[in-house]
Design a protein around this ligand. Sequence first.
Ligand code: IPM
Ligand code: MG
Length: 362
Amino acid sequence: MNYKIALIRGDGIGPEVVNEAVGVLDTVAEKYGHTIEYVDVLLGGCATDAVGKSYPDGTAEKCRACDAVLLGAVGGPKWGSDKPAEQRPETALLAIRKDLGLYANLRPAVLRPALADACPLKKETAEGGIDLMMVRELTGGIYFGQRERYNTEDRGVECADRMAYSEKEIKRIGRRAFELARLRRKKVSSVDKANVLETSRLWRSVMHRLAQEYPDVQYEDVLVDNCAMQIVRDPGQFDVLVTENMFGDILSDEASMVTGSIGLLPSASIGDSAPGLYEPIHGSAPDIAGQDKANPTATILSVAMMFRYSFQRPEEADAIERAVDEVLAEGWRTADIAKPGERVIGTREMGEKIRERLKSKG
Ligand code: IPM
Ligand code: MG
């Protein structure tokens, strides 16, 4: 096959981890007889520095002309919340997701066997294994609602962020969750705050209707506060979790941490047609940028998700995931996952180890 992939290298450690992932893409291409063309797309703080805005004109069009988008990370203290919106990297990230219609964000949290002791939970809890898929609604809710800031006479400045959800938005993300559950352990936990929020009551009723269409999938409602607690108490109980944008943002960070390192977790953002966008869950880590310290594994596993969800090539996806597991099983560790006293390798060497593994397999 011939694939065209947009590369958003971004800020901080972004360019370093994308480099390693591109190396893996090239290795996979060679091994399986694909050709890959890369298109560099400028987005984030680096775009603000280069052209004055984090989301340059034409960005979405450039991405739309590709089969998939790979993103490193964006953001950094240089472009903080005191800067105008159009200069902030986060604005660009939200905009590209919205413009490409990427309403479904899949964030798997898997405790990789070789790293079971990196899990911060009790040993008995970790032993049961963790393999959950967070399905986060990505283009609606409070992150996209109207924002207001105004002066009042007696209370100083007041602000408001509107949270809205339509049946249509809930249904399409719900469907994704049920379909994914069918390919996994057939359980959907829908997370809401229906005891307080009207959007959550709508969310719940739409999910209940959908659940009837999927009688083979076990379904449950979980309140978001209880869910946060259950993720640290017994994450093994969850298969697919589906939730609105902000709850998913928060819970996916929590779920990633119980697997030992946020440096290991990939994500896929997909819509109905536009190219999918694949990125590690971690941020741009400006404190270690340019030092060959970052763990490229999450970005490399994002490439595996790209093969699985955008290219319908599970074989390539499995091969990448296996290579990562083998390298970890051999004991290779970047600083974020090393135990005290363990030998630490850098970003480039970790990428190289994974590529070597990929090459050596028939
Ligand atoms: C994430 C990030 C973003 C989000 C920020 C940077 C806008 O936290 O991908 O989880 O909230 O979606
Ligand atoms: Mg987040």
